[in-house]
Structures are given as structure tokens and as C-alpha cells.
Design a protein around this ligand. Structure first.
Ligand code: DC
Length: 234
């Protein structure tokens, strides 16, 4: 069977990572949550008081940061590690969400993360979600999806996620954070969030997770079939 790269981009909290995780499982592919990588860098910057306007501090910090993923033996989830520490819960908290867009707009941060992401996807058979996967990280990805959803619906989903982890945050605060992040992500100079020309748009406002997964798996099967036929022709 031929393996492909699936790039899943879009706005914050419209179901990208949940969909990506399930699709990867169905296809037996690896899943890389690139937002988690930017969140881990942000956590390091917060903990070490790194000033994002000081290029020397930023580059020194980046050389001291190791971000990776490991499968949790009990929950079977892919946890994010920062310099050997499991930071999966910490990076999802509001104080990190509040800073992550500023940190991920720094060109040097992006260059370091993109280089790592390209290395991770080299062998294909990967589902990667983020903001610039189809445009910058893997412009040659065989399947590109761009996800969007009504912002009120996204805020409600995010609130439920935070609540499940014990963090109670009001809807207006979450909505404001999502809208601020979307604005910064879409207007930054370095690789802004935008739909790649060849990406398929999926609005998840009225879709269940199962429906999203089914749709993406169906599209992936088509593209895998095409990749196989292309290879056979050669
Ligand atoms: O997917 P997420 O909401 O966990 O991502 C957190 C932030 O990281 C998001 O607001 C923008 C940034 N990000 C990015 O700039 N590029 C990516 N490929 C993934 C995330």
C-alpha cells in the first residue's frame, strides 16, 4: 500500500486534532499535532522568561528545547514532551493559549519547528495538523484539508475540553482568545494561516466527529488509490 501525507489546517478548535487522531488510527498512520509543538515552546518561553523581541534569547532558548511525542502506556494517547518532561496537560491550559500565537509568529521559532516537522513526515504515512502544513511544511502533501466552523460552536467545544481537564473558563473569555489567536495566526508575516489553493474546505459546524473522520478517511482512500496507480504507471 502506498503512504501519503495528510495535511489538516484550519482555525483553532474546529476539530482538527480530534479528527486527525482518529484518521491516523484508522489508516495506521502517525499523527503529529504541530500546535502542541508551538505550545511546548511557548511553555518553555514562559517558564524561562524569554523575551520574544530579543533574537539572542530566542535563538539560545530554541537550541535548548527538545520537543517530542511519546505514547502514554495507560491512556494510549500521544503525549507531548518538553526536554524529557510530560507537558501534555500543562500546554493546554489557558495561560499557554494566551501566549502561543505571539510566540508562534516569531520567524525563528517557525523555522525550527518546520524543520523538525519536515523530518517527522519524511517517511510519509502521516497525518499532521496545524496552520501551515499544506502551505509551508508539506506543500506537496497528497491530501490537504482546511477546516473551519462557527466561532461560537468552536468556543463551546473548547470550553467542554477545558472542563474535562478541570479548568473552568467562561465562554466570552474562550471566544475572545479564539478570535484573537485566529487574527494573529492569519495576519502574521511569517507563514500565516491560509487555505492552500488545492486544499478542500470542510465546515465542521454541523458535523459530528464520526462524520468528520469518515469524510477525511474516504478522501484519503481516494488519494492513496491515486498514489498507487501513479506508482504502478512509472
Ligand atoms: O492547534 P492549536 O490550537 O493547539 O495551536 C496553538 C497555536 O499554535 C495556534 O494558535 C497557532 C500556532 N500554530 C502555528 O502557528 N502553526 C502550526 N502549524 C500549528 C499551530
Amino acid at each position: 500500500m502506498s503512504s501519503i501525507i495528510i495535511a489538516l489546517d484550519g482555525y483553532s478548535s474546529c476539530g482538527k486534532s480530534t479528527t486527525a487522531k482518529h484518521v491516523a488510527k484508522e489508516l495506521g498512520y502517525a499523527y503529529i499535532d504541530t500546535g502542541a509543538m508551538y505550545r511546548a515552546v511557548t511553555l518553555y518561553f514562559i517558564q524561562n522568561h524569554i523575551s520574544i523581541t530579543n533574537p539572542y534569547e530566542v535563538s539560545k532558548a530554541l537550541s535548548n528545547i527538545q520537543v517530542g511525542f511519546r505514547r502514554h502506556h495507560e491512556t494510549k494517547s500521544n503525549d507531548t514532551f518538553l526536554n524529557g518532561m510530560n507537558v501534555e496537560n500543562e500546554i493546554r491550559k489557558m495561560y499557554v493559549s494566551e501566549r502561543v500565537s505571539e510566540v508562534s509568529a516569531v520567524a525563528e521559532v517557525r523555522h525550527a519547528m518546520v524543520a523538525q516537522q519536515q523530518k517527522m513526515g519524511k517517511g510519509k504515512g502521516i497525518v499532521m495538523d496545524g496552520r501551515d502544513i499544506g502551505t509551508v511544511v508539506f506543500p506537496e502533501a497528497e491530501l490537504k484539508i482546511f477546516m473551519t466552523a462557527d466561532s461560537y460552536m468552536r468556543a463551546q467545544r473548547r470550553q467542554a475540553e477545558l472542563l474535562a481537564k478541570g479548568e473552568m473558563v467562561g465562554l466570552p473569555e474562550i471566544l475572545a482568545n479564539l478570535q484573537k489567536r485566529d487574527h494573529i495566526d492569519a495576519h502574521r508575516e511569517e507563514s500565516p494561516l491560509r487555505q492552500a489553493e488545492d486544499a478542500l474546505l470542510i465546515d465542521t459546524t454541523y458535523l459530528t466527529v464520526d462524520e468528520q473522520v469518515e469524510l477525511v478517511v474516504r478522501l484519503a482512500d481516494e488519494r492513496i488509490g491515486q498514489a498507487v496507480r501513479r506508482r504502478e504507471k512509472k
